[in-house]
Design a protein around this ligand. Sequence first.
Ligand code: NDP
Length: 449
Amino acid sequence: MSDIMELVITKNTGEMEFHQAVQEVIETVKPVLDRNPEYRQAAVLERITEPERIIIFRVPWMDDQGQVHVNRGFRVEMSSAIGPYKGGLRFHPSVTLSIMKFLAFEQVFKNALTTLAMGGGKGGADFNPKGKSDSEVMRFCQSFMAELFRHIGPNTDIPAGDIGVGAREIGYLFGMYKKLANEFTGVLTGKSLNWGGSLIRPEATGYGSVYFAAEMLATRNQTLEGKVCLVSGAGNVAQFTTEKILELGGKVVTLSDSSGYIYDEGGINEEKLAYVKRLKNSQRGRIEEYKEKYPNALYTKADLTLDHNPLWNHKAVCAFPSATENEINGNDAWNLVNNGVSLVSEGSNMPSTPEAIEIFIDNKLLFAPGKAANAGGVAVSGLEMAQNSMRLNWPKEEVDNRLKIIMKSIHKTCLDAAVDYGKPGNYLAGANIAGFVHVVDAMLDQGLI
Ligand code: NDP
């Protein structure tokens, strides 16, 4: 183990997800440090793995029965080397400091790859919005913002959504920020269209992941037309990944939530997808209900005692993990390979374990790491910020076109960096190296701060 990894483990005891994210970057950027001794001299690894600032705070709120609850809120401001901190907020009971730090760390490199001026951050709370009334969610969001507002701002730190934080939560958070700060600014992205949001922002992460996949397939003279695809999740990223795959002629046969997954051999067409959107976004139902509506589909309950996830064990050509971290382990990776999957595009953040990634790379799959494949979301958040600053709205075609150009450019950047460092076709190495060089060059320009 490298000295720097030992240091990270010692200083961040027990933070497994953070260790995992750092380890992956450190391994892949070693050749960059060997070629540029000034980076080691300036201790860039020690600096980039230490958050610039972490805010942890109490979030008390009252439920509809008058009972008081206390959650823990976080904002990890990881790096402002190339712009104000930017990254989503996650509301999920599994949220810990380790999860926040891994997400913030990934975000730094992802944002650099977009070439937009955005540093990296992430935040959230161990609050579970599932089963809560709108009023309870509103009170929680208001209490959360009552502390967070003093740390963020349109030129300081601009949060957005993530797991459990969608249009409803962004609305409540924004309302409270506006009241406390007494100003209407673009302090959050993912806003609704009629008060400062951008067209294509809800679609951007899913669409971007599919645009990236299409670019990878083009390097082998292939398209998505007729390809069977496995998609996990049923939230924002999964829904719009499915939508774009359908538009490009592919066939999606799976979707999931934390309770289980559905397999629809006939394919999830536009009508079925519209049902899933209603089910998940307005009715806040479970994916299990899909089977009641479409009885030909199979529903399998999640079983955490299994050593693999059966969702990844179906014949397919492409896989789009779009739920959460570490959702594909080594056994799942072998199942994917043995079922004929030749492309994995990570819509979620760090969905593949290190073992799974090694299997994908050894078996020459087209493998796109999340920090490249899912960068479309934050890229369009950057475009939302630009539109807010100019106080105008671009049409849908313009935003979508810019998204396509950005995804194409990230794809090329990854490929070029991989070739430059002797790893042709390795998108993981390419993404880490290109993002890293962009950020550390900015750090060196700005001196030791
Ligand atoms: P949503 O909350 O909209 O959807 C998340 C989906 O994943 C839900 O179906 C949820 O099921 C499922 N899920 C969440 N946690 C688990 C778990 N522990 N096990 C199994 N399933 C789980 O979130 P998003 O679609 O926005 O985010 C999905 C992923 O994409 C995350 O990794 C996020 O960080 C990443 N991402 C999101 C971006 C965005 O713009 N939204 C941008 C870049 C990355 P259930 O309904 O049961 O909770």
